[in-house]
Design a protein around this ligand. Structure first.
Ligand SMILES: Nc1ncnc2c1ncn2[C@@H]1O[C@H](COP(=O)(O)OP(=O)(O)O)[C@@H](O)[C@H]1O
Ligand SMILES: [Mg+2]
Length: 260
């Protein structure tokens, strides 16, 4: 699903101006990352993109139609992963958590059960089905939340800091899910600080700075631009840093050979 956010302005009560004409888009089959310093408005922009917050000015379009005209139905087409899973988990068991949205979408308990078992198998959650979500580790909570979202098969995924507090193994799994989702032709928007994760998953990157989204070019271009990274309070990802060092040492080698 094509998401287009155009010239969005947003203030929190108390005259806290967060977005001042931010625009970005995510196309079908694309992973787009939004990077930016703490407090730059990444979470606010995702909330506006999902219709959970309404902008003071500007447009949010899904496949060219204003999002606000399609609510609440459009919520079924959008999956939002909150920064803090505790804001999202509210059912007594993991099973109920996975079944919650499906109960409203599928006609019978049998079908809900079949879908829950399928999703829990895919995410390796079988052994957690009867546990209480709020007692799980943060990583487990985040995977349960992601599974409960993917269970209803949204077309657009909005992920807020998806790798925060995830182990290496779960980070790797998160990457796999995101790329799989993209390969199904769906759109993913990731707000994150994790530059190495973005380097591995994003097709394009925007830098949110002073209420405006800059860039929107390929991840390789944005993540090797030091002045853009500085605006986002980030460093170059290890993978690109190494490539640059290799190039530098090669160039140094050539110079020495040329001189020698
Ligand atoms: N509910 C709120 N009320 C007032 N100010 C808020 C609220 N939520 C966020 N802010 C402020 O808005 C700015 C942007 O926050 P946020 O969108 O969470 O940024 P980020 O996700 O990039 O860290 C910050 O200065 C933050 O303190
Ligand atoms: Mg945030």
């Amino acid at each position: 699903m094509l998401l287009r956010v155009e010239d969005v302005w947003f203030k929190y009560p108390g005259n806290i101006e967060v977005l001042k004409g931010a625009s970005f888009h995510a196309d079908n089959g694309e992973v787009v990352a939004i990077i930016g310093a703490n407090g730059s408005g990444k979470t606010t922009l995702l909330m506006i993109s999902s219709g959970l917050l309404e902008p003071d000015k500007g447009k949010v379009l899904l496949d060219g139609e204003p999002l606000y005209k399609m609510l609440p139905e459009a919520r079924r087409r959008i999956g939002v992963l909150f920064q803090n899973p505790d804001d999202q988990l509210f059912n007594p068991t993991v099973y109920d958590e996975l079944a919650f949205s499906l109960n409203q979408l599928l006609p019978s308990k049998d079908e809900v059960n079949r879908r829950v078992m399928e999703v829990s198998g895919r995410f390796g959650l079988d052994r957690l089905l009867h546990r209480t979500p709020y007692k799980l580790s943060v990583g487990e909570k985040r995977i349960v939340t992601l599974a409960s979202i993917l269970a209803y098969n949204p077309e657009l995924l909005l992920l807020d800091e998806p790798t925060a507090n995830l182990s290496l193994k779960l980070t790797e799994e998160m990457k796999r899910f995101i790329l799989h989702f993209r390969d199904e032709g769906k759109s993913v928007v990731i707000a994150s600080h994790d530059v190495d994760f973005i380097a591995k998953t994003a097709d394009r990157v925007y830098v949110l700075y002073d209420g405006v989204a800059f860039g929107g070019l390929s991840a390789k271009v944005i993540l090797s631009d030091n002045s853009l990274l500085e605006m986002a309070d980030m460093r170059m990802p290890a993978s690109l840093h190494m490539k640059n060092q290799e190039i530098h040492s090669q160039v140094k080698g050539w110079k020495t050979t040329a001189r020698g």
